[in-house]
Design a protein around this ligand. Structure first.
Ligand code: GLY
Length: 388
């Protein structure tokens, strides 16, 4: 249980109301889509049939579970069955990915944990259980037993990079699907794989100061550490903020499912580094070690970080909670007050997200920023559904 001040509780109530108002019309407007971002304020559609069937930015696009996940959160928070109906449209469309198989990656966790597994968790739908177990088996199949890590990406078209030995910090969230599968089937194999990956990540991704690497390359034959890459952050040795978020939230998720103390300690270590770097404005940059200019921001990373901090607060003694909650509320208030669009001019709520520091585009919307913003606010209210 977390305790908020009267002022913060009132603010949470106000934001929940704004989320409910916005999601009521956006869910209907985008009901046949699987959105990733907005173009001139309108959701795009990763399930559009004019996309290549196996394009990695189409139905296999790694963020495709967040839209359904948002709808399941709204279903749980409001009891309105219409959200469940709309969530199922995207869940059913994603069956094509299983049939095609090619192009699926470690993000099957992000894709099916907040959709099919959440559906089964909330409604007991047997088709959803089958989908989620299928996805968990695909994820388990990516485990490299010599290196004790889950392979992240497939070969990158047009790139000479050999990604067979690449693991990325983001995968800490994909582990949720494996924990869910073990809890659901009582078969420990999935959890064992998740814990072996988490142990490898603790050793190789988390630096002594609590910052994290984005990509680690292992030798796929021997499992030996080869090198780290800066990935979506500023450079090698820098500190991509969304990666910090995947780390802090991811290790908390592993702690929640296993009770292993080192995972909680690691989440706290990452959190302490993050809290020491949050700017006074509460606005989170793309990388904590980027130059002052250009001042690229990532509100999406901010929302992921907030979820990790709130989960820590929920799992430490009351005396320790305050600093984690204060940091999470500061970040979320900065989004609500300065980086949220509550109007009907834009289908997304959270603005100023960035996929990667060196990409051409910065400061756009991302469905998963909305997902993690909604999740964090509902956690503060105390009526979230934990789907990790
Ligand atoms: N998982 C990829 C990203 O956070 O952009």
């Amino acid at each position: 249980m977390i305790a908020l001040s009267k002022e913060n509780s009132a603010w949470v109530e106000e934001v929940v109301k704004k989320i409910e108002d916005k999601m009521a019309w956006v869910s209907e407007k985008s009901k046949d889509k699987i959105p990733y971002l907005t173009v001139n304020g309108t959701h795009d559609d990763r399930s559009a049939t004019d996309r290549e069937w196996n394009a990695d930015d189409g139905l296999n696009w790694w963020t495709n579970g967040f839209w359904g996940g948002m709808l399941w959160m709204m279903y749980h928070a409001t009891g309105n069955g219409r959200y469940a109906e709309i969530a199922r449209i995207s869940e059913e469309k994603m069956d094509t990915c299983f049939e095609s198989y090619y192009g699926l990656h470690h993000d099957v966790g992000f894709m099916w944990r907040p959709t099919a597994a959440a559906d089964y968790q909330l409604t007991g739908n047997p088709d959803s259980r089958r989908r989620a177990l299928h996805a968990a088996n695909l994820l388990a199949g990516r485990f490299n037993p010599v290196g004790r890590f889950i392979r992240a990406w497939n070969d990158i078209p047009g790139s000479k990079d050999d990604t067979r030995g690449w693991a990325i910090i983001d995968c800490m969230l994909n582990l949720s699907l494996l924990y869910w599968a073990s809890e659901e089937t009582n078969d420990p194999r999935f959890k064992q794989i998740a814990m072996m990956h988490a142990d490898t990540a603790m050793k190789h991704f988390v630096r002594p100061d609590g910052s994290v690497n984005h990509i680690i390359e292992f030798n796929p034959e021997t499992g030996e550490f080869v090198r780290a890459y800066g990935g979506q952050g500023y450079c090698e040795g820098s500190s991509w903020t969304r990666g910090q978020g995947w780390g802090v939230y991811g290790f908390m998720i592993s702690y929640i499912h296993t009770g292993k103390q080192e995972y909680l300690d690691t989440a706290k270590k990452i959190a302490h580094y993050i809290m020491a770097n949050i700017p006074d404005s509460g606005i989170i940059p793309v990388d904590f070690r980027q130059p002052a200019e250009p001042a690229w921001e990532d509100s999406c990373g901010a929302c992921v970080i907030a979820n990790g901090l709130i989960e820590i607060a929920k799992h430490v003694p009351e005396l320790e909670q305050e600093m984690y909650l204060r940091a999470a509320v500061k970040i979320l208030k900065a989004i609500d007050k300065t980086r949220a669009d509550w109007s009907e001019a834009c289908d997304s709520i959270v603005q100023n997200c960035t996929a990667a520091y060196h990409n051409k585009d910065h400061h756009f919307t991302m469905t998963y920023a909305d997902f993690y913003f909604i999740e964090a606010v509902l956690k503060l209210k105390g009526n979230d559904v934990f789907m990790w």
